[in-house]
Design a protein around this ligand. Structure first.
Ligand code: HEC
Length: 303
């Protein structure tokens, strides 16, 4: 007899595989401390740091290309160096540093390791946890990049400067036609192992803060059997990580138990999310009752 939960996980084999790979990448460097083997094995594309701790890449490993703006930091550091580990459902501490998610998971978002500090505090590099992690004096864990050579001084200086200058996002594109969700962390159908600090939704437009209240979104745990009507509301705090008006964070009040989860938008008039141009959120997903599902994911127990 197959248990119901085996059935749920059976259809998620691909996701399990990718999380396992990420989990392996997360821990591999522990086994190869001091050797670059762990990093190289996970990188896949062979990108990383040169012997001086400068990101390899378009510049052929020659430093000096990085400037103190978000796009440059993403392209020269986060994407080539950090996403070796910080990507996908198994990203360490839930921190995804790929281009779609990094800004929204950094600026004014509490660190998982030291929740009293935010990962990036605009204008205050000393109290930005990411800066402490790349400089190697954070109170928890290792210097980043984990197991590799530290970033070069001029690279760290550029990231510090970006924070001092207010940690602005990459320059915005022209106003899009509809208001919609651009990316989420976790992503739909992710299988998360262990804890989940928060759910992040990133939008293509600035969210109208006045349209946000505790009812705008809700997090539900769906019983593994998938029986109709067997979902339960999970208490979570909804917040806007000012000054990033493109993102919303949903922080569960207590750690999520293993199970299948979904995030729904309320569509009742007066409760729906709107952008600064007063356009309601466009969602073309199927719904539960009248409320569209924004994303679904699974949480597995610690292994
Ligand atoms: C080889 C894998 C690996 C790479 C590459 C890596 N990290 Fe990490 N990162 C980890 C692990 C594992 C942890 C948790 C353990 C620890 O902190 O030592 C972590 C934790 C963090 C945290 C703490 C998150 C929080 O919310 O508390 C930050 C910030 C961070 N990394 C930033 C970076 C940055 C920036 C880069 C690129 C310059 C990077 N990491 C590269 C594996 C990696």
């Amino acid at each position: 007899m197959q248990s119901a939960s085996t059935g749920v996980r059976g259809v998620k084999l691909f996701n399990e595989y990718s999380s396992m790979r990420a989990a392996w990448c997360r821990f591999a460097p522990l086994g190869f401390l001091g050797a670059s083997l762990g990093l190289a094995a996970c990188a896949g594309k062979g990108t990383g740091l040169d012997a001086n701790g400068r990101p390899l890449g378009s510049g052929g490993g020659v430093g000096g290309a990085i400037t103190a703006d978000f796009q440059s930091i993403q392209d020269n550091v986060f994407t080539p160096v950090c996403t070796v580990c910080h990507a996908g459902a198994g990203a360490p501490q839930g921190l995804r540093l790929d281009a779609a998610n990094s800004f929204n998971l950094l600026v004014n978002v509490p660190s998982t390791e030291v929740p009293s500090l935010v990962r990036i505090r605009p204008g205050d590099p000393d109290n930005s946890y990411l800066i402490q992690k790349i400089e190697g004096h954070a109170s928890v864990g290792a210097q980043m990049p984990f197991g590799g050579p530290p970033l070069a001084a001029d690279v760290i200086a550029a990231i510090r400067q970006w924070v001092s200058d207010g940690a602005q996002p990459a320059t915005a594109q022209a106003a899009p036609a509809v208001f919609k969700v651009l990316s989420t962390a976790p992503a739909t159908d992710d299988l998360l192992i262990g804890s989940l600090p928060q759910v992040m939704l990133a939008f293509n437009q600035e969210v109208d803060a006045a349209s946000v209240d505790q009812q705008s979104l809700r997090l539900e745990r769906v019983a593994a059997t998938g029986e109709a009507g067997s979902s339960e509301l999970v208490l979570a705090k909804l917040s806007l990580p000012a000054p990033n008006p493109h993102a919303l964070l949903l922080t569960p009040l207590s750690p999520l138990q293993p199970g299948h989860y979904r995030v729904l938008a309320h569509t009742a008039p007066g409760l729906e999310l709107a952008d600064i141009n007063s356009r309601p959120l466009t969602l073309n997903s199927s719904g539960v009752g009248d409320d569209p599902v924004i994303l679904e994911f699974d949480v597995a127990g610690d292994q």
